[in-house]
Design a protein around this ligand. Structure first.
Ligand SMILES: Cc1ncc(COP(=O)(O)O)c(C=O)c1O
Length: 440
């Protein structure tokens, strides 16, 4: 019978041989740090030639003081995952500051750089997609790819011609293509010839992720890494980095520009369009609506993908409606807007929807892109309104002390109610089972 340790025996034997030489190369312990690049190891002052402390800032007084203050203010841990209850205001602030520094729309921080690659790659690529990896990629990139379930294609290290060949071979295959490069390669210390790879983007239409773990803080006029140095930041759709090297701390980040996530921008649903349409087809749905919160970033991608499958796409948006004027930018963030689902019934409605959603950003933005009833009244033609989720105005009133207020809210908005086809009246129907045509 084999036991679990059988496969480790050859490694144990090699380790034993190394120990017989009197050196444990994989077990070096820094007993005391004397400076960013010097430590006491087995009683000897030793230069740390292998450290990634590129900017030597692990003893930066302001960073140490900020760390101590954070301990005083927030304690030793969040004791919860970020998605449940472990997201703190300082996480958000850090993400905003990092996005600003990186000149990108969004940034998400992770506990380590390793997890940044796991999270970004497995979030971006799915079972239908292909990830193209440099053969000398860091293990976190390989693991992210395995976790994603995507097809993995390796190309020769820093060889754009080899990647070109492999991309040509998979021409016409379904799914998206993600190419992953490192700014400076952790294994070899050389740089990716970014320009050569970027030139392939036009030909093969892939998306590019650059892991700047070893180049962040070190390369480029802004210190943002290889893409910054090469003047090709706009071509890097996604950037990953770590705080454990030049930043002298721990943690990692992934960053992206908004348009790159357009066809996956279904906030709250985290649902991918092709997979949504797969499911719609399995269920025999003839038409499907997509209503992102406050935006329509996926509209074009969704429309084209649905048409290709013979499914009627219904374009819509779950807008935020300010309780008063959209220009009033005061009040508690969570309470400054109600939700309302709008669906375009025809071309006029689609154009009105675009006007409303745009004005939500250009005029009404306060924590969220908000419209108001005055704007709604001006652009109501061709739109169907649904009472939305529990955060809809009417649904909120229904749950309040006086359900009559719900009808008053509907009346105030000038909406004529009608039951959606097939909705049963059992005396307990909720607004969620009802639709309303905008008749303002
Ligand atoms: C290229 C690359 N990506 C990601 C990582 C992971 O970063 P961390 O050690 O902060 O988890 C490393 C670390 O060695 C790396 O070299």
């Amino acid at each position: 019978m084999t036991d679990l340790f059988d496969k480790h025996r050859p490694i144990a034997e090699r380790f034993q041989r190394m120990m017989e030489l009197g050196v444990n190369a994989v077990g070096i312990t820094n007993d005391k740090l004397l400076s960013p690049t010097c430590a006491l190891i087995q009683g000897r002052e030793t230069i740390l030639a292998g450290t990634n402390n590129y900017m030597g800032i692990t003893f930066e007084p302001s960073a140490i003081a900020a760390g101590k203050k954070a301990l005083d203010d927030f304690g030793t841990g969040t004791t919860g995952s970020r998605i449940a209850n472990g997201s703190y205001a300082m996480h958000k602030e850090l993400e905003r500051e990092l996005a600003k520094f990186l000149n990108r729309k969004h940034c998400i921080v992770f506990t380590t750089g390793y997890q940044a690659n796991l999270g970004m790659i497995s979030g971006l690529a799915g079972a239908r997609d292909t990830v193209y990896l440099d053969a000398d990629s860091h293990s976190s990139i390989y693991d992210g790819c395995t976790l994603s379930g995507a097809k993995l294609v390796r190309f020769r290290h820093n060889d754009a011609a080899d990647l070109d060949k492999r991309l040509s071979r998979s021409e016409g295959e379904e799914g998206g293509k993600l190419v992953v490069l490192e700014g400076i390669y952790s294994m070899l210390g050389d740089r990716a010839p970014l320009k050569d790879f970027v030139e392939l983007k036009r030909k093969h239409n892939f998306q590019l992720l650059v892991d700047e773990a070893h180049s962040f803080g070190v390369l480029g006029p802004h210190g943002r890494g290889l893409a910054d140095e090469a003047g090709l930041e706009a071509e890097a759709d996604f950037v990953v980095g770590t705080f454990s090297k030049s930043i002298g701390s721990i943690g990692g980040f992934g960053s992206f520009v908004l348009h790159a996530l357009a066809d996956r921008g279904l906030l709250d649903g985290a649902c991918r369009i092709e997979e949504l349409l797969d499911q719609a087809q399995r269920l025999g749905q003839k038409s499907v609506a997509v209503t992102e919160h406050g935006n329509m970033f996926s509209a074009v991608v969704f429309h084209d993908a649905a048409r290709k499958r013979g499914i009627t796409p219904i374009l819509g948006c779950e807008v935020y409606v300010a309780p008063g004027s959209r220009f009033d930018k005061s009040g508690t963030p969570g309470e400054t807007a109600n939700h309302l689902v709008l669906l375009a019934e025809n071309d006029t409605g689609f154009k009105n929807l675009i006007k409303l959603v745009s004005a939500g950003y250009t005029e009404g933005f306060y924590y969220k892109p908000r419209i108001d009833k005055e704007l709604l009244a001006r652009h109501a033609s061709g739109l169907i309104g649904l009472s939305s989720c529990l955060k809809g105005e009417v649904a909120t009133e229904v749950r309040g002390p006086s359900p009559k207020k719900a009808m008053a809210a509907a009346a105030r908005m000038g909406l004529s109610w009608r039951r959606k086809a097939g909705a049963q009246s059992n005396g307990a129907s909720t607004p969620a089972a009802m639709g309303m045509r905008m008749t303002l």
